[in-house]
Design a protein around this ligand. Structure first.
Ligand SMILES: NC(=O)c1ccc[n+]([C@@H]2O[C@H](COP(=O)([O-])OP(=O)(O)OC[C@H]3O[C@@H](n4cnc5c(N)ncnc54)[C@H](O)[C@@H]3O)[C@@H](O)[C@H]2O)c1
Length: 319
């Protein structure tokens, strides 16, 4: 009671409208942080070009007509242009054979004017996704999905790291959340999202990847809900990457924890499409210390970290 009153007095002095607002989590503004990084990348690209190098070039491949893929790729192209990276989109019909797609990737691998190649996922079920990821030469694999890049990340060697994982770590670091020796839970174990996030949370901060030294638990679809709650309640950082709207509820979160919501699920509503995260945002923000919104959290970070990866690839390919 006394504490609440004290908080209320301090809150009024600091301009908060209510004690509730003061007690709520600080919102991690992914749009704002991504804008700052965008400026940093633009400056690096400019000095790269001033040093006499060729402008970096990114090629994005879309297979089929998935509307979400088109939105994601057009956002990537827009940000690429904003930071001074040349970007091109190649769209193939969903009926393209695996052989033809592999041939197109092979041509881009050989094209010396191209620094980065990404194949927007998902691709049609008729094509083997893993074989496509393996076809992009590791030096141009700006998504970091090739097993050579994933393997290097797991042994903490220099590699191209998947952009969403980089974005999550950057959000945590720029928010100055205390991570050394603390507990983290990643919900989701996919090879391109959950796993690389967990690798970066748990690895050595003195290593190449500049990771966070956290004691890290990976939970997945076979983690029973009661067990999931046990783990998340111990976590100082919870990263939700399951694609299950509202999975993380208030009673699953330790007071003051940092909650990063990677999940994006598109749902149709009467007023159009809406994006839902994996975190029950309204209730969890009452208990968390920091929280990312959806949209406006991890999403913009993924795009800008992809640009960082493209510049990194250009530095390697043009050296
Ligand atoms: N914000 C971004 O930039 C960004 C980037 C990539 C993916 N995403 C989103 O992140 C989410 C995950 O993407 P993905 O490609 O890894 O998906 P995925 O379907 O490949 O993997 C989902 C993972 O969640 C786990 N899972 C499912 N239900 C669970 C449950 N009830 N409890 C615990 N774990 C559960 C599964 O075991 C699996 O490992 C999706 O919503 C996707 O749209 C966002």
């Amino acid at each position: 009671m006394f504490l609440r009153k004290l908080v209320s007095v301090i809150g009024r002095e600091k301009g908060f409208h209510s004690t509730k607002a003061l007690l709520e989590a600080a919102i991690i503004d992914g749009n704002n942080i991504a804008k700052q990084i965008e400026k940093e990348v633009r400056t690096s690209v400019e000095s790269w070009i001033k040093s006499g190098k060729r402008r970096p070039k990114l090629v994005a491949i879309i297979v089929g007509d998935d509307p979400a893929s088109k939105v994601y790729v057009s956002r990537k192209v827009k940000v690429a242009k904003a930071v001074g990276i040349d970007a091109e989109t190649i769209t193939f019909d969903k009926s393209i054979s695996q052989k033809h797609l592999l041939k197109a990737i092979e041509n881009l691998n050989k094209d010396t004017s191209v620094d980065g190649i990404l194949v927007q996922l998902p691709i049609p079920k008729s094509i083997n996704e893993r074989e496509i990821c393996e076809a992009v030469t590791p030096a141009k694999d700006v998504d970091g999905f090739h097993s050579e890049n994933m393997g290097k990340l797991s042994v903490d060697n220099d590699s191209i790291v998947p952009a969403t994982a980089l974005g999550v770590i950057e959000l945590i670091q720029r928010t100055k959340v205390d991570t050394f020796g603390k507990n983290a839970v990643v919900i989701g174990r996919s090879k391109h999202v959950g796993l690389p996030i967990a690798l970066l949370l748990h690895s050595d901060s003195k290593g190449v990847s500049g990771a966070l030294d956290m004691t890290t638990t990976i939970c997945h679809r076979h983690t029973p809900p009661e067990e999931l709650k046990k783990f998340t309640r111990l976590a100082d950082v919870v990263v939700a990457a399951a694609g299950v709207p509202g999975l993380v509820k208030k009673d699953m979160v330790k007071p003051g924890a940092c909650v990063i919501d990677v999940g994006i699920t598109r749902v149709d509503t009467e007023s159009g499409q809406k994006l839902l995260g994996d975190v029950d945002y309204e209730s969890v923000k009452e208990i968390a210390g920091h929280i990312t919104p959806v949209p406006g959290g991890v999403g913009p970070m993924t795009v800008v970290m992809l640009m960082k990866n493209t510049l990194k690839a250009a530095r390697k390919n043009q050296s």
